[in-house]
Ligand binder design. Structure first.
Ligand SMILES: Cc1cc2nc3c(=O)[nH]c(=O)nc-3n(C[C@H](O)[C@H](O)[C@H](O)COP(=O)(O)OP(=O)(O)OC[C@H]3O[C@@H](n4cnc5c(N)ncnc54)[C@H](O)[C@@H]3O)c2cc1C
Length: 354
């Protein structure tokens, strides 16, 4: 189905009003020729094309002047080998539902990634992660269609270049890669990952089951994070910044309680939420947008926020944290402007000029 001049408010979990010139609901591979023709038309008119899942990591900064492809392909195929369950999952399947269904079937492994909003096709893009595991830990391969050529391509997990909230799909030259399917392998020799953060509070760790971890993750997340259905948000707005050992040491002399996590390459990851909290920004509002009063890393649509409210608030957070700690926060959420992907540094210029 194709819609024109369509509101994107129902299609982003921030519930920000913005319009798309055209919205294509891609729910069947048989639509591919029609979709490719439309993409070619938009490219020839120099108009942008955006691939969208559930919009839980997307901030629409303005109306979008081109074609939005909403990926709604469905289907889950489960097979087994001697050692693994092999899951082939279409890109439009809901991620949390997949995790829930697997746990119900006794297919364990994805439990730490429960309740992450969004669809399966978006999971490889930023290599979703939580509670000590990441998408890459289970990924065998990712299939995509090249929207320029119509070719179906399969990348192995190694070829996806997964890293912290990153993959090849975020990089130059891949904006025409529409992920259609992912293949996951889950070991039949399940190992728990329950020593991370609050999961350590699960009693009887030696006997812990995947279902217990799943239940704990859901409980913790429900307590900690606002439900986008009730309060618009995109989860963590900023990435946890990574600084040099030298800079971390200097900061620790000033703030001995600062959370810090040494990385394999000797750099140090800091907790963006802690920095924002220390900068006194919890509960801070700009128009209808606010820093969540319990979770400083989450910006919320408190009261009919506009994209301008969110952008000004994000800039205020970034500026204050930079001034206090000399640490630059990068946003995790993808900023989409009138002509395609943009970023806070770019959009703040025209928002201020308004
Ligand atoms: C309350 C809350 C909690 C969250 N917690 C976490 C967390 O713990 N860990 C975490 O990693 N993330 C978290 N997130 C962020 C978000 O859930 C993930 O980034 C998720 O994978 C986004 O899925 P989506 O379908 O909504 O993506 P969208 O916002 O629709 O898209 C995200 C990006 O992926 C691209 N994309 C989408 N589908 C495709 C496709 N088929 N092919 C190619 N590109 C595509 C889009 O162009 C866009 O750039 C949270 C968000 C919320 C609202």
């Amino acid at each position: 189905m194709i819609e024109t001049n369509c509101s994107l408010k129902p299609f982003n979990t921030f519930s920000i009003e913005a319009k798309a010139q055209t919205l294509f609901h891609f729910n069947d591979m048989a639509q591919l020729p029609e979709l490719l023709d439309l993409v070619t038309k938009y490219h020839s008119e120099n108009k942008p094309v955006l691939i969208l899942g559930a919009g839980s990591n997307t901030l629409f900064c303005e109306d979008f002047s081109g074609l939005v492809i909403k990926v709604e392909l469905l289907g889950v195929d489960i097979s087994t080998s001697d050692e693994h369950y092999i899951l082939q999952v279409a890109a439009g399947e809901d991620w949390h539902q997949l995790v829930t269904d697997c746990i119900a079937k006794g297919i364990d492994g994805l439990e730490n990634l429960a309740l992450i909003p969004g669809v399966v096709g978006s999971a490889p893009v930023q290599n979703i992660g939580a509670y000590g595991t990441e998408f890459k830990d289970f990924c065998e391969s990712v299939e995509y269609v090249d929207l320029l050529t119509g070719e179906l391509v399969v990348l192995s997990a190694a070829e996806c270049l997964f890293a912290y909230r990153d993959s090849i799909f975020k990089h130059t030259g891949m904006s025409n890669a529409l992920i259609t399917k992912v293949t996951l392998t889950l070991s039949k020799q399940w190992q728990p990952h329950s020593r991370y953060g609050s999961l350590q509070n699960i009693e009887n760790q030696e006997q812990v089951s995947a279902k217990q971890i799943y239940d704990s993750v859901c409980q913790i997340r429900n307590e900690k994070l606002p439900d986008p259905e009730k309060l618009g948000n995109v989860g963590s707005f900023f990435k946890n910044p990574v600084v040099s050992q030298q800079q971390a040491d200097a900061l620790l002399r000033l703030y001995p309680n600062m959370p810090n996590y040494p990385q394999n390459d000797k750099s140090i990851k800091l907790a963006a939420g802690w920095l924002i909290d220390q900068a006194g920004l919890k509960g801070k509002t700009v128009g209808g947008a606010a820093v969540h009063k319990n979770q400083a890393l989450v910006l919320i649509n408190q009261n009919n926020a506009t994209s301008t409210d969110v952008i000004l608030l994000a800039d205020l957070v970034r500026t204050k944290v930079k001034a206090m700690f000399n640490v630059s926060l990068e946003h995790e959420v993808r900023f989409i402007g009138r002509e395609g992907e943009t970023n806070l540094q770019q959009v703040i210029k025209y928002v201020r000029a308004k």
